[in-house]
Design a protein around this ligand. Structure first.
Ligand code: G4F
Length: 337
């Protein structure tokens, strides 16, 4: 009997979205392949330990040959391109690298699909587009028709990847969809992003391991959702008969001051001002002031709605960081350090 198990290849599998998506696809009985970059990748052992059912394939978005080989080996029904230089602040320091990986990386993967799939239309493609494309926003809330005005090398590179995806869909009939995702966070978020920086610092302040939290611009506002909800939306996009682009967002925006209010309140601190400092080191040459998404198309066409609300998300992240930081403290006390 023919093997009907679906197969998916994920780039960026070591990031929070990659891990949640891998779990979702595994629950749905997919064979999951993950592209993993470089020698001595520090995250490799996390995947091998916690996701032993993922087959890791060495490759890099800057290396076309490795992408072709990964597609030939995995023969995926679905390709999720989540790999990118995704930290906006870093993209100002390494704009060329960002363009190469975040922008051209998508083109290489689309070309690799065109070559390996050979027009059979078997391999569907998901491109991780972003609300950073809206940048200096032209209207609020932002939807799929809102014009783009990116404000960072990251946003510009994502714009290239977005339009290249649309172009490959229109030129070659590839089932390629873009998810324009607003900020999405989780206990798996990297420590460089503002939500995790705040929740981990709050936990450390509570445990007496840190005295202050140093931030950049705290006037911006973001539409923050839970990453675990958003990967469901990615999957739904690739189950549609026709490819298309969709905004995934909560439809509610919050200032960073609200993130601070909620996070500090979780550890019983009502006035966070004495603990928070600002430093120009964390300011960006150009800022995205306000993001607020309109997810109504995703709701109507995909039946997608985010479940986790912002206060619940913050609670989850602070609780996780209290546990992690508490264990670290216990470890150093036990070692007599
Ligand atoms: O958490 P952030 O670094 O996320 P940002 O720049 O909104 O980008 C994230 O979301 C995008 C979706 O819209 C993704 F495409 C992207 O890959 C990434 O996941 O910063 C949020 C806001 C910014 O306005 C930033 O200037 O927080 C402000 N901020 C203030 N102090 C800080 C800090 N951000 C960081 N990372 N660190 C600070 O100390």
């Amino acid at each position: 009997m023919a093997n009907t198990q679906k197969r998916a290849l994920i780039t960026g599998i070591t990031g929070q979205d990659g891990m949640y998506l891998a779990e979702l696809l595994h629950e749905k009985d997919y064979q999951v392949y993950g592209l993993i970059r470089g020698q001595h990748n520090p995250k490799r052992h996390i995947l091998e330990q916690h996701f032993p059912w993922v087959e890791l394939l060495e490759g890099d978005l800057s290396d076309m040959g490795s992408l072709i080989a990964a597609l030939e080996v995995s023969q995926p029904d679905e390709v999720y391109n989540l790999g990118a230089i995704s930290f906006v602040a870093l993209s100002f320091k390494q704009p060329e690298l960002t363009g190469n990986i975040t922008g051209l990386g998508a083109l290489r993967l689309l070309e690799a699909i065109r070559v390996v799939d050979g027009g059979k239309g078997k391999m569907r493609y998901y491109q991780a587009s972003t609300s950073e494309l809206y940048g200096k926003v032209r209207e609020t809330p932002q939807n799929e028709l809102t014009p783009f005005h990116p404000r960072s090398p990251y946003g510009v590179a994502k714009g290239y990847a977005h339009f290249m995806t649309v172009n490959y869909r229109e030129s070659y009939g590839i089932h390629a969809s873009c998810g324009i995702l607003f900020n999405h966070e989780s206990p798996r978020r990297g420590y460089e992003f503002v939500t995790r920086k705040v929740t981990s610092s709050v936990a450390r302040i509570k445990l007496g391991l840190q005295k202050e939290l140093v931030l950049g611009n705290i006037d911006s506002q973001r539409d923050w959702g839970f990453a675990g909800d958003y990967v469901e939306g990615m999957w739904r996009m690739l189950q549609q008969d026709e490819p298309d682009d969709y905004v995934l967002a909560t439809g509610v925006t919050h200032p960073i001051s609200e993130l601070l209010d909620l996070s500090f309140a979780e550890v019983g601190i009502t006035d966070w001002k004495p603990y928070v400092k600002q430093d120009p080191r964390f300011m960006r040459p150009a800022e995205v002031d306000l993001l607020l998404g309109d997810p109504s198309k995703a709701k109507t066409k995909l039946g997608w709605e985010p479940k986790v609300k912002f206060p619940e998300l913050v609670k989850m992240m602070v609780a996780n960081d209290l546990e992690i930081e508490g264990k670290k403290e216990l470890g150093s006390a036990n070692s007599g350090a």
